[in-house]
Design a protein around this ligand. Structure first.
Ligand SMILES: NC(=O)c1ccc[n+]([C@@H]2O[C@H](COP(=O)([O-])OP(=O)(O)OC[C@H]3O[C@@H](n4cnc5c(N)ncnc54)[C@H](O)[C@@H]3O)[C@@H](O)[C@H]2O)c1
Length: 237
């Protein structure tokens, strides 16, 4: 029960990595709020796990205000935020429109920025852990997904600034980022068809659990690559 009594909000929790995070968090004793834009899948999962589901587009500030209001009213505060919601679309730099670039930025970068802002407000006094899903694409050149990679680079840089800000302010809030290589989820399988050699969502969820739990109390401003050294040997996309 590594998350006993902790209140944890997981964005994009209806599918893939967020779904497995939610399953593991519930098993470890957390009170979990799943948010997503896919209401059907989100509600079904919440019912299965006995947790709360809220509709939430992470790129919209008014949605964050509504979600945080619900979390405060129903759970009394927030201990863990996993900024996990994400989308991907394949288009190399020459075929990427400004609209696509901006949409990727809105979901990943704006969404994570808003999450950090509202989580700091909620956690300033009681402390907590913010976990931002970046990607290996933030630090390696992936020519098929320039808009996604640029947005994930922003998530990584933002995480560093949040961690240092909280330390300097004396807030007991940690902020770390997770950089998975290809992991077998619906998102990754739209980019890469061959799932062989990919990691499994559980491989990432166990790192997210560590960062959410009190085992990581002295860990902040760090980034965790999860790719079984694939990028070092040229094996990752
Ligand atoms: N799977 C991988 O290989 C991989 C690698 C590196 C990073 N990531 C990151 O991990 C996170 C989870 O990805 P996944 O692979 O589980 O994908 P997924 O498609 O299985 O799940 C993503 C979820 O986010 C939701 N979502 C999309 N737009 C949203 C929005 N605007 N507001 C709220 N929810 C929204 C989707 O409905 C979906 O349920 C993403 O941030 C992704 O970029 C994934």
């Amino acid at each position: 029960m590594r998350l006993k009594n902790k209140v944890a909000l997981i964005t994009g929790g209806a599918s893939g990595l967020g779904k497995v995070d939610a399953q593991l968090f519930v098993a470890e004793g957390a009170k979990v709020i799943i948010t997503d834009v896919n209401d059907e899948a989100g509600m079904a999962l919440a019912e299965e796990l006995g947790c709360r589901y809220v509709h939430h587009d992470v790129s919209r500030e008014e949605d964050w205000q509504r979600v945080m209001g619900i979390v405060t009213a129903e759970f009394g505060g927030l201990d863990v935020l996993v900024n996990n919601a994400g989308i991907v679309q394949v288009a190399d730099i020459e075929s990427t429109s400004l609209a696509l670039y901006q949409r990727m930025n809105a979901v990943h970068n704006d969404g994570t920025f808003l999450g950090c802002r509202y989580a700091i407000e909620a956690m300033r006094e009681r402390g907590g852990s913010i976990i931002n899903m970046s990607s290996l694409s933030a630090i390696r050149g992936y020519p098929l997904v320039p808009s996604y990679a640029a947005a994930k680079g922003a998530v990584l840089a933002l995480s560093h600034t949040v961690a240092v800000h909280c330390r300097e302010k004396g807030y007991p809030i940690r902020c770390n980022s997770v950089l998975p290589g290809p992991i077998a989820t619906p998102l990754a399988l739209t980019v890469i068809e061959d799932a062989s050699g990919m990691g499994q969502p559980e491989d990432v969820a166990k790192m997210v659990l560590f960062l959410a739990s009190d085992d990581s109390l002295h860990v902040s401003g760090a980034e965790f690559v999860i790719d079984n050294a694939g990028s070092m040997v040229g094996g990752a996309v």
